[in-house]
Design a protein around this ligand. Structure first.
Ligand code: AMP
Length: 410
């Protein structure tokens, strides 16, 4: 299939050509025609599948094909984090270059001036708003947000928003938009709460299910069994002297991220860290430096594992086993974006074996365990804890581990 088969407006097609996409990804093939028909959709698609363009392109098409187009808010996209909101807005801006659709990203954490800029754009009728829930509600509460002409509502990473406790905010936002509208919901997983929300707020949605609760096939996954005190040496031996221009290291907490940054600096690596203690602007700078390959190693908590749009990461390294299988999938999804190949390595310590087995069961893959380099000695055994096969059926039936039991994200 080609992009030209969609019959998108020529101004949208021009930007697709300019961006250089050659053919649509599977989620784009399925979603774009349905959205262009102005129908509701609920799409199970992970970050990295091209889901943003899957809704941005048809939204732009709908907006510019409207003969009665006026200066008003026509589409509202809600996303869980500032990082994701900024990225969506950037794609929106890129794709609307020829179409001339105005958009604004509305997210918390910025300065007072940012709030004023957002307010002005909202009042003067930006056509598309990309917002995090809390910040949008602050604007709504001030009384000047006019959604009366809104046609399209998008909930992106809906499962994440529910996990983060945004359901009341989302419901409040929905109560401010016209009931007659097109609603598009994107979610990496489909827990019961998401289905409930869809039943309540959507109009006979078409369901698009790419069944992608697994890392992409083109990610080479491997793991080392390693005690905590061997980890830094192992990391060094994996990176030193190799051609790995972009390495993303995930660690569990912001304190462990900070410590690891210090240790790697001592070892003379070109490294920076990103975590929730950094201001929005500082995070942006670090991400930009990493994207531009001015930094070789970025150490991060899970705040960047979702939605961060960085291509060509050579290696994703889980310094610890993620508590949550979905986080594993999202972390690993930072490599091998848009059909490139990538490597993801996980360090498993003696206390994390059971958790890693859960991950393997969930993604239905036995991940290759590599022996430690000889000079590091021996690591823990993998088979000290038997696989709990009885869980297998249960896991497969409910492919979404309980959100209620999730640990707090850092
Ligand atoms: P997303 O899942 O929206 O975060 O997209 C992941 C990455 O894939 C982004 O870097 C997009 O620019 C890229 N991408 C999206 N659609 C395509 C396409 N049809 N061809 C090539 N790259 C794409």
């Amino acid at each position: 299939m080609k992009f030209s088969d969609f019959n998108l407006h020529s101004d949208v097609m021009q930007s697709v050509d300019a961006v250089g996409y050659e053919k649509p990804t599977p989620v784009q093939e399925l979603a774009i025609p349905v959205i262009m028909q102005e129908k509701d959709i609920i799409a199970c698609a992970q970050t990295g599948t091209g889901k943003t363009a899957a809704y941005v392109l048809p939204i732009l098409h709908i907006i510019i094909s409207d003969k009665n187009r006026s200066d008003s808010i026509k589409a509202l996209i809600i996303a869980p984090t500032r990082e994701l909101a900024v990225q969506i807005d950037q794609q929106m801006e890129g794709f609307s270059y020829f179409a001339g659709v105005s958009s604004i990203a509305v997210y918390g954490g910025g300065s007072g001036t940012d709030f004023e800029v957002e307010k002005k754009a909202i009042k003067t009728g930006a056509e598309v708003i990309v917002a995090t829930p809390g910040r949008l509600i602050s604007h709504i509460n001030l009384g000047y947000v006019d959604f009366s002409q809104l046609k399209i509502l998008v909930l992106d990473e809906a499962d994440r928003m529910l996990d983060m406790g945004f359901l009341p905010d989302i419901q409040k936002i929905i109560s401010h938009v016209p009931p007659k509208r097109q609603t598009l919901m994107f979610s990496a997983t489909m827990p019961g709460e998401i289905r409930k929300l869809a039943r309540k707020e959507m109009n006979d949605p078409s369901e698009i299910n790419l069944a992608v609760s697994k890392p992409a096939e083109n990610v080479l996954q491997a793991a080392y069994l390693v005690y905590d005190n061997q980890k830094t040496a192992l990391l060094k031996s994996l990176i030193k002297g190799r051609d790995l221009p972009s390495v993303l290291v995930f660690s569990a907490t912001k304190s462990s991220v900070k410590t690891l940054e210090k240790e790697l600096k001592k070892l003379k690596f070109n490294v920076k860290a990103i975590h929730s203690d950094l201001e929005q602007d500082e995070r942006k700078i670090v991400l930009r430096e990493f994207k531009n390959r001015e930094i070789q190693i970025l150490v991060a908590t899970d705040i960047v594992s979702r939605g961060i749009d960085i291509d060509n990461i050579s290696l994703v390294l889980n310094y610890n086993v993620p508590q949550d299988v979905e986080d594993y999938v999202h972390r690993v999804g930072r490599t091998a974006r848009a059909e490139k190949t990538g490597i993801a390595i996980t360090f498993i310590n003696d206390r994390e074996v059971r958790n890693f087995k859960n991950i393997e069961r969930f993604i239905e893959t036995d991940i290759r365990k590599i022996s430690l380099p000889e000079e590091l000695g021996t690591g823990p055994e993998y088979d000290t804890i038997p696989k709990r096969n009885t869980m297998h059926g249960k896991f497969n039936k409910n492919r979404n581990p309980s959100a209620r039991n999730r640990p707090k994200k850092h």
